[in-house]
Design a protein around this ligand. Sequence first.
Ligand SMILES: Cc1cc2nc3c(=O)[nH]c(=O)nc-3n(C[C@H](O)[C@H](O)[C@H](O)COP(=O)(O)OP(=O)(O)OC[C@H]3O[C@@H](n4cnc5c(N)ncnc54)[C@H](O)[C@@H]3O)c2cc1C
Length: 398
Amino acid sequence: MKSTGVVIVGAGPVGLTAALSLTRAGIEVTVIEASTDLPEDLRASTFHPPTLDMLDALGVADSVVAQGLKCPQWQFRDRREGVIATFDLGLLAGETRHPYRLQCEQWKLTRILRDRLEAEAASEILYGVEAVDLTQDDTGVTLTIAGADGHRQDIRGRFLIGADGARSMVRKSVGVAFDGMTIPEIFLTVSTPFRFDRTIPELTNIAYISDPEEWVVLLRTPTLWRVLLPTDPNETEAEMMAPDRVEARLQAVCPKDGAYELIHKTAYRVHERVAAAYVHGRVFLAGDAAHLNNPLGGMGMNGGIHDAVNLSEKLTAVWHGAPLAGIGRYERQRRKVALETVQAQALRNRKILNERDPDARRAYHDELRRTVADETAHRAYVRRSSMLQSLRDLDQVA
Ligand SMILES: Cc1cc2nc3c(=O)[nH]c(=O)nc-3n(C[C@H](O)[C@H](O)[C@H](O)COP(=O)(O)OP(=O)(O)OC[C@H]3O[C@@H](n4cnc5c(N)ncnc54)[C@H](O)[C@@H]3O)c2cc1C
């Protein structure tokens, strides 16, 4: 049977970050990936400042930054009133080496991480093999993997990390509940080369735009603008994706001559769930396998990378002789962040954007205007929304 130090299931941003962190700590790692190559789909596109600091510690931030768009400011807007508040991450200079959000597709990060891992003798990625079963005992974990031809083999590691995404086979294998809710509206994302910033006055590269009828989020990547819109779940997929329907919705966001050129469109269901446990003996969950939240605020991938770095630090200590029980602090710290910060903030962001009551909307807009006008409140706000505060608060968790 093949044996390794740590088996990681999933070569997404979380699995690969954990793999590089552990490899750099001198631990042999084998990553199991069901796809035959790294996916190049348009998913996360926002990197928050502390995530870039962590990637910097791994020596990959410069490459990611070079392929992205630095965005020191982002906005909360109203579809009719325009700019409500412009937030400035520059206020965090001195607290982070990267006082900006970076707009960069997540597949660029996974490619960079993969290239760095390939340069490390102590790690390997096995593609096109699916993790199908696992058992564990007092000394390690045995994972059964299956190739496309159905051929099965076992691989043994002292520990295993399930970074295998929302439908995590690892989470199901160890019987951990994944309670929470499914958000009623469908999220529609379309990408276009159209330059919204040349048409919508004072638009920053990231804008959350509220409206009593239909909110919209505009996010710029180096080559495209992404438009995120809530969609009625009673519409069939064919209806919501129909070219005329999508075109009419984009024209409502920003009227222009001629039809929008679309590069990509997708509609997906969004869940708010947190695993009941992140640690199960020698098996650990991280990233989407452990928590899911709506994309408003861009915290899913970022929180997952924070998990990977936290878990790798603790696992490295255990590897070098610290008690296994020390990993329990990983769960206590990161699960608390998932529940109390990420999920709470993502739900709040959705509630604010969905708010229809005119008085509540006005009160919230006034609160945002007051926040940006007061430097201390403004700095505290961007520290929270950039996830920096959630990392500082970890010290208080025993
Ligand atoms: C449209 C969209 C927009 C998003 N926007 C943002 C954003 O702006 N900011 C943000 O922070 N997050 C965003 N997210 C969320 C973000 O994409 C995820 O949080 C992130 O991909 C999670 O990374 P992961 O490594 O945990 O899981 P994944 O990226 O899902 O990777 C899991 C990997 O495991 C592999 N795998 C699964 N099962 C098995 C198995 N049994 N055996 C072997 N391999 C397996 C999969 O093939 C996959 O490669 C967005 C998501 C979507 C869908």
